[in-house]
Design a protein around this ligand. Structure first.
Ligand SMILES: Cc1ncc(COP(=O)(O)O)c(C=O)c1O
Length: 400
């Protein structure tokens, strides 16, 4: 390795940087796009519904209509919750754990779930909470590796379901093809009519570049007669305010009953005032999509800055994803040096998502996948952080 790069790294370290690119969050300019929500006047009554009081446990009508349009699912199959889709997913799993028919998941021996990787650390945490063993299946360009998905099902009993991010997957950005999703449905249903297809559509409307066509998951579930086994969630966490948006779920039959039942024990009703504020701000799905174009214009340049730095790395050091939407870039090193890169970045004052976070139990067997979240920090800080990243990757590669 050239002495120059080590000297350069020492110079960076001497600057005492403090930059955090661990989580995919909108920046303040993105949040500003929805500031109207902060000062919006809401009438107390929506028709004959008093928004200030308990009632409408599945969400106000306008919010459910918007959810129904977003998810392309019938109104009666959609509930609108509070701000977190992750919470709806957790509630769904909890309800299956306690009350699933014919056997509640707590009574299933050695329960298992399939997790496509790389994936989202909070999905893994959630499944771990319930003592559900996670079996990984790699993602390929058009979705889940179906051969390996079949293999896992053939060689395991008590696999309860799969959790997928079908559009701009977190973190590697795959957009599942219709064929991939349909095959997933066919194979999973053949395995068991109780197999749960959980789709976390966190990045449903988050394209920042032209993105390949994708039929709505709920429509594909209808075509494959799997709506009874399918649950789709999304939210406005990265549309309006993180922790201040709305969440949506589409489900059918037992699953719909279960989510209603468990939520009935937990929340008497969601925040209807915030729901009304949002449906006033977004008159329809078109308004959501127009709003997301403004996000896209703010996000795209951040990704371009990151690529400009990553381009400097030789292919034998590693390769990176170039998604058409979502919040992340995945870097895949050739050598098992992900944890070393994180360590070096930390020494230089740049915090990355920990190595291993993209895999269940925090264990990436190849120690070679890292998630870069370029959106939250300023463009200037991002240039610096990416320079640190590229330098750290070069050093880690040459020292291994
Ligand atoms: C795949 C995925 N699901 C869910 C969430 C969180 O969504 P919410 O704020 O609606 O709980 C995120 C946020 O980072 C995410 O990346």
């Amino acid at each position: 390795m050239s002495e120059n790069i080590l000297t350069y790294f020492e110079q960076i370290k001497a600057q005492g940087l403090s930059i955090d690119i661990t989580r995919g969050k909108p920046d303040a300019y993105q949040l500003d796009l929805a500031n109207e929500l902060l000062s919006m006047n809401i009438e107390p009554f929506d028709g004959d519904v008093d928004l200030r009081n308990y009632g409408e446990p599945y969400g106000i009508q306008d919010a459910r209509i918007l959810g129904s349009d977003l998810l392309s699912a019938p109104f009666d199959n959609v509930i609108t919750g509070e701000q977190s889709s992750l919470m709806l997913t957790y509630q769904m799993i909890l309800s299956k754990y306690l009350f699933a028919k014919p056997v509640s998941w707590k009574d299933v021996e050695a329960p298992k779930f399939i997790c496509p990787v790389p994936g989202f650390d909070r999905h893994f945490r959630m499944l771990e909470d319930f003592g559900i063993e996670m079996i990984t299946v790699p993602l390929v360009e058009d979705g889940v590796d179906l051969d390996l998905f079949s293999d896992v099902l053939q060689s395991n009993s008590n696999v309860l379901g799969i959790i997928c991010v079908p559009r701009h997957s977190n973190p590697s950005g795959e957009v599942y093809s219709d064929d991939n999703i349909s095959e997933l449905f066919k194979i999973g249903r053949q395995y068991s009519e109780d197999f749960l297809f959980l789709f976390d559509h966190a990045y449903l409307v988050h394209d920042f570049l032209p993105t390949k066509d994708q039929t709505a998951v709920w429509k594909l579930a209808e075509q494959n007669s799997t709506t009874n086994q399918t649950v789709v969630v999304t939210s406005f966490s990265k549309v309006t305010f993180g922790g201040g948006g709305l969440s949506f779920m589409a489900a059918a039959s037992d699953n719909l009953d279960l989510i209603k039942q468990i939520r009935g024990s937990m929340v008497i009703c969601p925040d209807k005032v915030n729901q009304k504020r949002h449906t006033k701000f977004f008159k329809d799905l078109r308004a959501v999509k127009d709003h997301m174009k403004k996000h896209a214009d703010l996000i795209r340049p951040k990704f371009e800055i990151a690529y400009k730095a990553l381009e400097k790395l030789d292919k034998d050091v590693g390769e990176y994803s170039q998604p058409t939407g979502g919040y992340f870039i995945t870097f895949k090193s050739q050598k098992p040096i992900a944890s070393k890169i994180v360590e070096l970045c930390k020494e230089a004052g740049v915090l990355l998502t920990p190595a291993g976070a993209t895999h269940p139990y925090g264990k990436d067997p190849g120690n070679n996948i890292l998630r870069i979240a370029p959106t939250f920090i300023s463009e200037k800080e991002l240039e610096i952080a990416m320079d640190v990243f590229v330098t750290a990757a070069q050093i880690a590669h040459s020292q291994d």
